[in-house]
Design a protein around this ligand. Structure first.
Ligand SMILES: *Cc1c(COP(=O)(O)O)cnc(C)c1O
Length: 252
């Protein structure tokens, strides 16, 4: 259903440009999925909403729903969570995720905002999220972030089963946090071979940890952004996190 607020929120021309970019992203996903015998519509499009206005986000959610695509919104800065209280976004029922680097002192805000948290990148943050979820009486799905590229600038656990099994076990033992998969930010390079290697590794690690621990609930692979979403889909992504390819280049 179309809500009147959304129709008036974004000027027609902007909405059409948004729809055109979105359809291009969906076509890229579908083509990649077809190459490996998957269905594009089984993959969640997580809108990476940083710096975007509520009207743009609301319109993108609505366009994805019209196209019957699974959609979520992902915020990566705790400071931007407040904009989701905007009337355009508050009540649309879209699943809310957190995808950014987590700070212990923001754990409470993140737990309150996001039903799924992608960026558990160190043991201490699991403790902080757990405490906050317990206090708030909330259960949260979490993904373990893995540094599959080995780049110093990136957070995440080392890309080994030895590093990942203990944190997954620790999360499985929690009564309020539930590990549902792994997340990575692909190698930051134009070398498609290196990008593919980093994304393929995430899938291998997920499969191995799932098998070793009998952790059937590890169903999700959050990987792929505007620049590498085809490779991610080919390598098994269940959630792609897309910002600029849908919303346009970020203002500097
Ligand atoms: C911004 C962001 C994205 C999306 O990046 P684009 O290149 O704009 O698609 C994905 N994941 C994370 C963690 C981000 O911060």
């Amino acid at each position: 259903m179309t809500s009147p607020a959304d129709d008036t929120a974004l000027p027609d021309e902007q909405r059409q440009q948004l729809a055109a970019r979105l359809d291009e992203v969906l076509a890229r996903m579908d083509a990649a999925a077809a190459r490996v015998g998957r269905e594009g519509r089984e993959i969640t499009v997580l809108l990476a909403t940083k710096t975007r206005a509520p009207a743009e986000i609301a319109a993108a959610v609505e366009l994805l729903r019209e196209r019957e695509r699974p959609v979520a919104v992902g915020e990566n800065r705790a400071q931007e969570i407040a904009k989701h209280a905007d009337a355009l976004l508050a009540d649309n029922g879209v699943p809310r995720h957190f995808i950014g680097r987590l700070q212990t002192n923001k754990a409470r805000d993140v737990v309150a905002f996001a039903e799924t948290i992608h960026s558990v990148d160190r043991e201490g943050i699991a403790d902080a999220l757990e405490r906050r979820a317990e206090t708030a009486g909330l259960r949260r799905d979490v993904l373990v972030q893995v540094n599959t590229s080995g780049e110093d600038s990136k957070g995440g656990f080392a890309p080994t089963v030895e590093a990942l099994a203990p944190i997954v076990e620790r999360l499985r033992a929690s009564t309020v946090l539930r590990p549902v998969g792994l997340m990575t930010i692909g190698a930051n390079t134009s070398d498609a071979v290196a990008v593919r290697a980093s994304l393929h590794l995430l899938r291998e690690l997920r499969d191995t940890v799932r098998e070793q621990l009998g952790a059937e609930e590890l169903t999700e692979l959050s990987m792929g952004m505007s620049g590498d979403l085809e490779i991610a889909v080919e390598e098994g992504a269940t959630i792609v996190r897309v910002g600029s390819a849908i919303f346009g280049a970020r203002p500097a």
